[in-house]
Ligand binder design. Structure first.
Ligand code: PLP
Length: 408
């Protein structure tokens, strides 16, 4: 087994009192955080360990081989060194004790639901969140688990959390209207009533926000988005303390939904550019949001980095950098017809439901992420047919402006 030899990281307390692994600065950790180093070969790039099995007992010692997590290294549905390396890097970036990689964001969430809920429990989910997150929870009803939709504003969420709620799920930046949630305030309420808080940090990324520092029980990612970042990988992760991850690890082993080593390799390869990409996408998104605000064909623009956004002050308070992500939404005066015309006419921007990748993607939330929401919830939130969500890629901002202008 290779040696994982980065001794430089020592344990310390985070600024909010969580026990975390001390790490270097973000970009250094995004490059070296996997800790992989094969002493014998002088190899510091993580290989793809494309193997289902490992020889369980070490020929020299006769002892079982163990990973750094002190679990047997014998079968890749349980532990795989390429996947482990990604998990170590994710834990450093999220400033937390441990992480697990899954074969999609939904797969990670399924494991969380199964590991944490039992009959007669209640899940509370922010009304404005990824539709499939809500849908999966509501389908847990057949196992005697109840789902409540609440929020989406922080105060409304807090008011709805009581001691019958076992699990609370919120997104740091909501999808698709980009509201910023005060995670610390929600976490405080969850602690008071004994609920677990899962924060889906997909839209914010650890570049600007790390929920474990603010009292979240678990941080969830669709790695498919900013972290993998190239619109070519599906993956998910959960980050938490060692005890929670140990329990979830056993569920992942039973469910068999660990990430494949090739996907883990691709995501490890994406990490060193995560901050660069997110910074550029945030810059471009802000320019485009301001550009759209000035366009007479646009009814309304939603972006937490806009001076006019009601979420700008909370974003500036909780995000560690003055960045607001690469996703913005806007409504067209022309309505639904304008939306379809936009999708037909754009030359660079593609109509596609994902986000956080190198290519700019535009989607109609009523037909994608919010399509599984009840129509009355869509209406209440203002998720209407004239709405477009735009995920900004890494193209030149001037080309994107021209593309938008001609398509409008
Ligand atoms: N969470 C958010 C905020 C998402 O947008 C998505 C997918 O779009 C998911 C979770 C699910 O992730 P995946 O598609 O990787 O399963």
């Amino acid at each position: 087994m290779m040696a994982a030899t980065n001794e430089a990281n020592e344990e310390t307390e985070s600024k909010k009192g969580n026990k975390c692994l001390a790490s270097r600065r973000f970009t250094t950790d995004s490059i070296h955080g996997h800790e992989y180093y094969d002493l014998k070969l002088g190899l510091f790039k993580v290989p793809i360990y494309m193997t289902a099995v490992w020889e369980q007992f070490d020929k020299n010692t006769g002892e079982p081989r163990r990973t750094d997590r002190n679990l047997d290294l014998k079968y890749s549905r349980e532990e795989n060194i390429t996947v482990n390396s990604l998990e170590k890097a994710l834990s450093k970036l999220e400033k937390a004790e441990d992480s697990l990689a899954f074969n999609s964001g939904m797969s990670a969430l399924s494991a969380v639901y199964l590991a944490t809920l039992k009959v007669n429990d209640t899940i509370l989910i922010s009304k404005e969140s990824y539709g499939t997150t809500q849908q999966l929870a509501s389908h847990m009803e057949k196992f005697g688990i109840k789902t409540i939709l609440a929020g989406p504003e922080t105060e409304e969420l807090i008011e709805s959390i009581n001691d019958s709620v076992k699990l609370v799920i919120v997104e740091t930046i909501t999808n698709p209207l980009l509201k910023v949630i005060d995670v610390a305030a929600v976490a405080k309420r969850c602690t008071e009533v004994g609920s677990k808080l899962v924060v889906d940090n997909t839209f914010a990324s650890p570049v600007i926000f790390r929920p474990q520092e603010y009292g979240a029980s678990m941080t969830l990612h669709s790695l498919t988005k900013y972290i993998a970042g190239h619109n070519d990988v599906i993956g998910g992760s959960v980050t938490s303390n060692k005890e929670t991850i140990k329990d979830l690890w056993d569920w992942r082993r039973k469910l068999g939904n660990i990430m494949n080593p090739f996907e883990a390799f691709l995501i490890i390869r994406s990490l060193p550019t995560l901050k660069l990409r997110f910074t550029q996408q945030s810059k471009t998104a802000k320019i485009l949001a301001e550009f759209l605000e000035d366009n007479s064909k646009i009814k309304e623009v939603y972006y937490p980095g806009l001076n006019s956004s009601p979420y700008r002050s909370i974003a500036d308070r909780i995000f560690s950098e003055r960045m607001y992500g690469g996703v913005l939404s806007f409504k067209l005066r022309e309505g639904k017809e304008g939306v379809f015309k936009f999708f037909k006419e754009t030359k660079i921007i593609k109509s596609s439901p994902s986000l956080g990748g190198t290519e700019s993607l535009a989607t109609s939330p009523v037909l994608s992420a919010a399509s599984t929401m009840a129509p009355e919830v869509q209406k209440e939130l203002g998720i209407t047919e004239d709405l477009i969500r735009l995920s900004v890629g890494l193209e030149d901002v001037e080309d994107l402006k021209e593309d938008i202008e001609q398509a409008l």
